[in-house]
Design a binder for this molecule. Structure first.
Ligand code: FMN
Length: 310
């Protein structure tokens, strides 16, 4: 059997599959369970300084024709103090990544401090800064499309914590590598690509947009080629020295291989989980397929990375 141990910078995880932010990540019990059922690490739902209700329903729509999801959950969360009370209950062996959002460098750093004050500074292996949510004004994507702001956010975050800082990038930009470069120049430990794409669906009978928020973010199978392109572009620019985490539309083990060939050293799994009552079955299917492929090709995971560039 091939060894699936993965390094994302100095963060070591037992296999390269990470639970993506916002999926099963709102409570300690779902995070514990996702890890127990086989993920190498788990990312929480994004948390901000203060509680937020999010957008009204309908806020999530499944699109069966393309195995995709349109969502405008709107960063609903209980605020960092309440969320900290959930996170302290997570088992100590779980590789935990806390996803954070905010509108300024100060705001984001204050959330990191708030989480560390509440759960200690060794409970999470990384903070993932969500600079990429496409459906909330003044935070998320709006922040992540300005390279100067991204630099300032990462620079300040790095100065207040020793925990690794990962930056989650939006695909809703002309050149994702410009934002990636700002993050890396400021000291980011890894780049995560991609978050959802700005999108809309209209109900033809009602003649109105389906989401109450009108616009949302598209995830699932339809976005995989965009995620692959983003990782390919980032690897082309930075090479193997920058850890890249691929996310978007992973449904099968072949999709994982594709992300590695493009340059990812790890992947996150999101929308596909909506197809299963628990993550166990799909994780084991993905890991078995990946293992078999590596043995058959005589490659390690590390050797697979970036091969499409040769
Ligand atoms: C219902 C839903 C909620 C999400 N919430 C968050 C979130 O809180 N923070 C975040 O960074 N990404 C969030 N995402 C984006 C996912 O983490 C991921 O980047 C995206 O869905 C693409 O991966 P996928 O196609 O495997 O789902 C959310 C996605 C969905 C479908």
């Amino acid at each position: 059997m091939s060894d699936l141990t993965t390094f994302i910078g100095r963060v070591q995880i037992r296999n390269p599959l990470i639970l993506a932010a916002g999926i099963l990540g709102s409570t300690f019990s779902t995070l514990n369970r996702a890890y127990q059922e086989g993920f190498g690490a788990v990312v929480t739902k994004s948390v901000g300084r203060h509680p937020r209700d999010g957008h009204p329903n309908p806020s999530v729509v499944y699109i069966p024709e393309t195995d995709s999801i349109l969502n405008a959950v709107g960063l609903a969360n209980p605020g960092c103090i309440e969320f900290g009370k959930e996170l302290v209950k997570i088992h100590s062996d779980v590789k935990l990544i806390v996803s954070i959002f905010g509108s300024t460098a100060e705001d984001i750093s204050s959330v990191i401090q708030c989480i560390e004050n509440n759960i200690g500074n060794s409970k999470s292996v990384a903070f993932e800064l969500n600079l990429s949510c496409p459906h909330v004004q003044k935070v998320g994507m709006l922040v992540g499309t300005d390279p100067k702001l991204v630099y300032d956010i990462v620079n300040q975050a790095k100065s207040i914590t020793k925990t690794a800082i990962w930056i989650k990038l939006t695909p809703n930009v002309k050149d994702i590598t410009i934002i990636g470069e700002a993050a890396i120049d400021a000291g980011a430990d890894a780049l995560v690509a991609i978050n959802t794409l700005k999108a809309m669906l209209i109900n033809v009978e009602a003649r109105k947009p389906i989401l109450a928020n009108l616009r949302g973010g598209l995830s699932g199978r339809a976005i995989k080629p965009i995620g692959i392109r983003a990782i390919y572009d980032l690897y082309e620019k930075f090479g193997p020295k920058v850890p890249l985490i691929g996310v978007g539309g992973i449904w099968t083990w072949e999709d994982i291989v594709e992300y590695f060939l493009a340059g990812a050293c790890s992947v996150q799994i999101g929308s596909v989980l909506s197809q299963y009552s628990s993550p166990q079955f799909i994780i084991s299917e993905l890991l078995t397929g990946l293992q078999k492929y590596l043995v058959q090709e005589g490659l390690s995971l590390h050797e697979l990375r970036g091969l499409a560039h040769e």
